[in-house]
Every structure is written in C-alpha cells, then in structure tokens.
Unconditional design. Structure first.
Length: 508
C-alpha cells in the first residue's frame, strides 16, 4: 500500500484484482489532418506563433458565420466505416455551452444526440500466458466537433492552473476539426484491463494512420484519450466511474487504468465512496490527482446549432467512400505474417513494440525482412525502452537502416560498426555518411593492413600458429580476436580468418 503527497492511497494491483472487477470506457479525440479549420479557412499547421492562425469565425466574433469543412465530414465517415459503424442519413450539430478561456465563443460546436457514426466495434488482440486473446471493443459513437485553444499556465511548479501566476491562451488550435470516438462500456477484461485499453488505443491509432486522416501524434496532442474506469465486486451493480483526462501516450493509457484500479480499490476497501470526477494523470509519477466533479449532459445546456445546416450524406457517397477504404491494420498483419513467414508470437511482438509499420517501411526500401526486424526489435527497441519512448520517436528512419544494411552487404561496415552508426544517429550527430566519416568507422579491408595485423598477432603468440598448423583450426579464433582488437573492431572477421589460414598454408 502506498500513499501519495495528495493523500490518495493505492493498494497493489494483484490484490485489487482479487476482490474487484474493472469496467473501462475510453473517449478518444483525434485532430483531423485537414488544411483548414472546421468552420473557416484558417491554417491548421502545428507549431506556428501563438494566435497567428485565427479569424473572426474561430475567435467567435459577433456576426461571423461558420461553414462545415467537407473534407472533415468525409474523413469522419471513413473513420466510421473503418470502425464498422452505421452512418447516419441525417444528423446535425449542437452547441455545448460552458465558460472556459480556451473556447472563445463560450460554447463548443459539437454533436450531441445525433452523431454522424454510431454502433460500431474494433477488435483488439492482447498477449496472455495462454496465447493471444481477442477482445471486441464496441463503439457507441463517432462524432464531429471543434478543438479548443491551448492554455499555458505559468509560474507554478506543476504547469497546471493551480498555483500558476497567470495563464496564456493560444487560439491557433481553436476550431481545428476534431472527432471524438466513444466506446461502450467494456466488461470482462479482468486483470487484462490495462493491456486491453492500451491495445485499443494503439489499434485505433493504427486505423487512423491507415486511413491517412490524422498524424495521431499523441505527444503533440493530435490524439488524446480520456480513460473512464469503475470497479465493482463480482455480482454487484456497476460502481461509480472516474474519468482520467488527456492521457497522451500508449504507455500512459495502460498506467492510468492500472493506477486508477489501485486507487479505487483502496477507497472501496476502506468503506469510502468513489466520486464521479475528472482526474489529471501525471506522467512523472504514473498517478492521478482530482480535477473537478464530472458534469452531466444537462449541465452543458445543449441545443441545436442555429448557424449550421444538418449533414445528410447520400448513400451513394457513403458507398463510394467504403469502396475506397485502404487495407485495415488487422488484415495487413495477417498478410505480413504470411509474407514474412513468422508465427503469431513474432507478429504480436512486432505489433506490440510498435515495430510493424517501421519494419514494413524498411523492407520497402529493399532491406531483407530478417535484417529489418533485427534492427528494429533488437538494438533500437532496447534504446526506446531505456528512454521510455515509442520506437517511432527515435531519430532513426527506415532509410537510415537501408543505408547501413547496404554498407554491411558491401563490406564497408560490420554489425559492430553499424551499432556505432545507430548510436551516432540517436545522438543527432548527422547522417549515416557523416557519422562514418566523423567517427572513422569504415571497415579495414586492405589486405596489406590486415596481414600486417595478423603477423603482429602471430608474433605475440607463436604457439597459436603451431596449433593451427597441427590441425587445431579453432585456435584461429585467438588470432582473429587479436586482429579485431588491434583494428578497433573495424576488420571483417571472416576475411581475417581466411587470410590467416592462407598465411599459414592451412585449409579447412
């Protein structure tokens, strides 16, 4: 049992799962990758100077009128189809009223009781001791809305509004097309709830990427998750849920579910009552703190948006979009499993480590599938785990691996030197060519230089030559090792061995 500085008490996860059943639900916001905002023509480019991509419409100035972004509607329909949803024949927007500085109009244009997409599902696979297990996560709705502005709280220790001296507001993000994907309650996951939540968000991110509707960069906020969780004892009714807001990495989704199970179990064990509230997740501790009591729908005073006409996509248009859907991630994995001749465990490892798309992209550059998997799931995955980041966040690209592998094939590099090249890439030392030149990593391939090193090694250990010439070929390893050491690992070990045996007049 642990107690945080905020007074929350947590019990061990296994202990919590021995008495309670978790129920989860996930609300995911995805910023669509359109060139302009949802209701106006302002740019959606990320990283521009604050408040330089705004106009009367996205600032909510009097007299300004919104117009629906057709590409955003099309992208939402494609998302709904990919998630096996029904597409509404008629839907409309609503005003969600609340006062907060990040929404300049004091209301958000969203969809309330008439979403564009509804009643879908997404199947996800989770590794278990008994092998891969498939869970179906049902989708309640996929609806369109607009993103809010960005608040920066300055002067406090935590970066949150509590304790801050003042807040800055950037409205560049206000009005960017946003879709919200809401799951139905997910039951029956047991102790796998954290893994199921993570697998769902990952699969959802993969679907968005396959569709090309968003860059889904969680670190930049273009994909954000709110994790709902409640506990109940077996046979009892559902418990009160909490909502952990704006969880921004796959690892944090898993940690947020696990942490909240441990916290709520402690509350219930001590006879307390779980409060329906929002909570803020802290990446540094893996814990959350209380935010505010959770509003109900009526608190937002929803009413139909009077400035926008309803959306009524024709069935022909919907079917045209359905026909143009790309290969879905689950289908793609099945295909790659057969093409690469790998088993379920290897496929799951690639998918769960985030290496699948990277390996495929590397193979597309002409790299052998075995070599591509070796680098992404070996050296690079180790570094990613050490740094606590996703593989794709590393500063190594599929093209980098293709360049390194081509140099290995040509004999200009060996595996040991290649690892130093990747080390340089990860450290930001430049391109593959620049790192090789700066670090002096080219393989020593000159026969004269290698023979000189061999002669020096033999002179230092004359008995080894006698052993080799008497038939004990395995003794050559000592000379090869000495030459590799003398050349700082930059010799081709196979070539050194061949030259050594030739020098001694021995054949294998």
């Amino acid at each position: 049992m642990t107690t945080t500085s905020h007074g929350d008490v947590y019990i061990p996860f296994d202990e919590a799962m021995s008495r309670y059943e978790p129920i989860i639900g996930i609300e995911t916001h995805v910023e669509l990758g359109t060139n302009s905002k949802m209701w106006c023509g302002c740019s959606t480019d990320f990283g521009s100077d604050a408040n330089t991509q705004v106009c009367p419409v996205c600032l909510g100035l009097p007299g300004s009128m919104p117009v629906v972004n057709r590409v955003a509607v099309e992208s939402t329909i494609r998302i709904g189809l990919a998630l096996n949803c029904n597409i509404a024949e008629w839907c409309r927007f609503a005003r969600k009223n609340y006062f907060y500085p990040d929404m300049p109009k004091d209301y958000q244009i969203s969809q309330y009781d008439e979403p564009l997409c509804y009643d879908g599902y997404l199947d996800v696979t989770v590794d278990t001791p008994d092998g891969p297990q498939v869970f179906r996560v049902e989708i309640e709705r996929v609806h369109m809305e607009e993103d809010t502005g960005k608040l920066t709280h300055t002067g406090g220790a935590t970066g949150r509004i509590h304790g801050a001296e003042y807040s800055l507001v950037d409205y560049n993000r206000a009005g960017i097309p946003l879709i919200e994907i809401v799951t139905k309650t997910v039951i029956g996951t047991g102790s796998l709830a954290p893994e199921v939540a993570k697998a769902y968000v990952k699969e959802l991110r993969d679907v968005m990427r396959a569709l090309g509707v968003s860059d889904v960069r969680m670190e930049e906020g273009s994909m954000r998750c709110d994790v709902n969780l409640s506990l109940n004892k077996p046979g009892d009714g559902w418990g009160t849920r909490s909502e952990t807001k704006n969880v921004n990495s796959l690892r944090s989704v898993e940690r947020a579910v696990r942490s909240e199970i441990e916290r709520q179990a402690s509350v219930l064990d001590n006879g307390g009552r779980v409060i329906q509230e929002t909570r803020h997740f802290h990446e540094d501790t893996g814990r959350s703190t209380s935010g505010r009591s959770k509003e109900k729908a009526e608190d937002y005073r929803y009413f139909p948006e009077p400035d926008l006409v309803p959306v009524a996509p024709s069935r022909d248009w919907v079917e045209e979009l359905r026909a143009g859907l790309p290969e879905m991630p689950s289908v793609k994995r099945a295909r790659l499993k057969e093409e690469w001749n790998i088993n379920d465990f290897e496929l799951a490892s690639l998918a769960n480590s985030g290496a699948l798309d990277l390996v495929e992209a590397t193979i597309a550059f002409g790299v052998d599938s075995v070599a591509a998997r070796k680098w992404w799931t070996g050296e690079l995955l180790r570094v990613a785990n050490e740094q606590g980041v996703e593989l794709e966040a590393l500063s190594v690209t599929p093209h980098d691996i293709q360049q390194v592998e081509s140099l290995i094939t040509s004999g200009a590099l060996n595996d040991k030197l290649a690892r130093q090249v990747f080390e340089g890439l990860l450290a930001g030392e430049g391109t593959v060519e620049e790192i090789i030149a700066t670090r002096g990593l080219a393989v020593v391939s000159d026969d004269g230089a290698l023979l000189a090193a061999i002669d020096e090694a033999l002179a230092a250990a004359p008995d080894v030559a006698e052993k080799i010439q008497s038939g004990k070929i395995q003794a050559a390893g000592a000379v090869v090792g000495a030459v590799m050491k003398a050349t700082k690992g930059q010799a081709d070990a196979a070539k050194v061995r061949a030259l050594l045996l030739e020098r001694l007049g021995v054949s294998e």
